[in-house]
Design a protein around this ligand. Sequence first.
Ligand SMILES: [Zn+2]
Length: 302
Amino acid sequence: MVINKLKFTKYKCFNCNQENNFNRTIYEKKFLKNIFRINLCKKCNCEFTNKIPANSFTWSEIYKYGGSDQKKDIKYKFDFLVNFFHKLRIFQVKKIEKIVFLNIKKKKLNILDYGVGDGYLINYFSKNQNRLFASDISLQKPSNLKKNIKYLNYKMLEKKKIKFDIILLRHVLEHCPNPKRYIKNLSKKISKDGTIYVEIPNHSIKSNIFLKIFRNNYAQLCLPHHINHFNKENFTKAFNKDFKLTFHSMNIPILGTSIQNMLKFKKELRFSFLNIILFPLQILISIFTRSDVALGIILKKR
Ligand SMILES: [Zn+2]
């Protein structure tokens, strides 16, 4: 049984590195026979998952599962819904473009998408004369990346002498052990006046009504995949010393999945009809309650 081979280790607060020094547990979830908890750091109040995979085998195994205890179904039955979902993503990408390119006058930019995933974000930027790079944990270039995008696996990226004008980390940092070290290393690869764009789920009951309502069923707890649970306050604590931060309100569909979790649907339906049809309603609720489901943050070196 694969589950018995999984090994986990204690995780420390992403801000102050205090191990197991927590005030209280605020959320918990059972996943593959393990209980995962989100703890509140005693020293600095930042929120982190209590344990993370102890080896690369466990890391790769947990990503074969979605939010439920079932392995992800790679083929979706409803292709038209998937296509529609990808069209919705274009609106998000255009908003990111607006935020990131604000005040940048240079025409030919070196852009790196760190944690490229299926590549839809960097593929969009392959217009104009930009030089495009993508990076992720896989050693091979993902098949859906456009031809003019140079793929650098993490080993190649370390050695590469090039400076980037823009580095994009969209929904990456909540998955990374020691995010401060990640950003510090990446910032060495940023050109003078360069920009790092980080997008993260907003984990705050003060500024996210959906988290307040759904609590343990909230779609973006993503235990154990999310290990750092950021919000404006704790992100500022962690990064304000080295970077000037500008926060923007962003949206990702969470309402459908949260309702599914609440109703204890067994099968994870990532592109479910519910998630897509409820997205406009979610955006309306966000506007009226001043909720931020996700945060887009511009980091500029101080
Ligand atoms: Zn702490």
